[in-house]
Unconditional design. Structure first.
Ligand SMILES: NS(=O)(=O)c1ccc(C(=O)NCc2ccccc2F)cc1
Ligand SMILES: [Zn+2]
Length: 259
């Protein structure tokens, strides 16, 4: 069937046909304006990933995803705007084409080359990710901007593994990776209530966007683009790039700044 994607005929502009919440009141991503209200009551965000357990890396036809064992609380985030700890389930990226930006959120109208999403769910209040994914306080996604410059010391472990998941539906072992190595030096953030940025676009995400980007090289980003949207058996070979949704209407939402 007409599965959703990022091309003209199945991309963000027509998602509302199958997912009417696309026109909802708390959709993501958004543009972060220059002036955001500073909320001194916002404590620091804490990422407790010390015993985190990556399982595999996969190509789901929309992005490259590193999946984690989320059967207990060994990798959680807490603090910031969160009232509970949220358990790490997966992380993935969104990126552009050669020489083009591909972040989802923008800052004062400016895009970054790519955006990393660390996806967590509220295992205190909900029994599963699927159940949490439909609850207004079910998910917390940490967004990290990627800008181009020098090589990132640890990103090569991910880009090397991307060779193994070139085709949609492929998955390969990816154990012992701790995403703490992908964090910028400081965890100052913006936070607002939003949604998944891909269908089903559930309005269940507390977004926590780190202000400081990490730096990766154009060469490393180029390896993202060797991945395909299409499966090995398909005659079409579509390069995976520009897998981002553009900013959505703020609709009166408040964005808070940590510091
Ligand atoms: N780009 S993002 O906003 O960070 C984002 C994060 C997770 C998903 C997801 O899990 N989708 C599948 C899914 C959705 C709902 C219930 C179960 C699922 F597996 C989609 C988008
Ligand atoms: Zn994402």
């Amino acid at each position: 069937g007409n599965h959703w994607g990022y091309s003209k005929e199945n991309g963000p502009d027509v998602w509302h046909k199958n997912y009417p919440v696309a026109l909802g009141s708390r959709q993501s991503p958004i543009d972060i304006p220059r002036q955001v209200s500073h909320d001194p009551s916002l404590g620091p965000i804490v990422l407790d990933y010390d015993h985190c357990t990556s399982i595999n890396i996969s190509n789901n036809g929309h992005s490259v995803v590193v999946n984690f064992d989320d059967t207990d609380d060994r990798s959680v985030i807490h603090g910031g705007p969160l009232e509970n700890p949220y358990r790490l389930k997966q992380f993935h990226f969104h990126w552009g084409g050669k020489g083009c930006d591909g972040s989802e959120h923008t800052v004062a109208g400016n895009s970054y080359a790519s955006e990393l999403h660390l996806v967590h769910w509220n295992a205190v209040k909900y029994q599963s990710f699927d159940q949490a994914a439909t609850a207004p306080d079910g998910l917390a996604v940490v967004g990290i901007f990627l800008e181009t410059g020098d090589d990132h010391r640890w990103l090569h472990t991910i880009t090397d593994a991307m060779y193994m998941v070139k085709y949609k539906g492929s998955v390969t072992d990816f154990k012992g990776f701790n995403p703490k190595c992908l964090l910028p030096s400081n965890l100052h953030f913006w936070t607002y209530l939003g949604s998944l940025t891909t269908p089903p676009l559930h309005e269940s995400v507390t977004w926590i966007l780190l202000k400081e980007p990490i730096v990766v090289s154009e060469k490393q980003l180029g390896k993202f683009r060797l991945v395909l949207f299409t499966g090995e058996e398909e005659d079409q070979r579509l390069r995976m790039e520009n897998n981002f949704r553009t900013p959505q209407p703020l609709k009166g939402r408040r964005i808070r700044s940590s510091n």
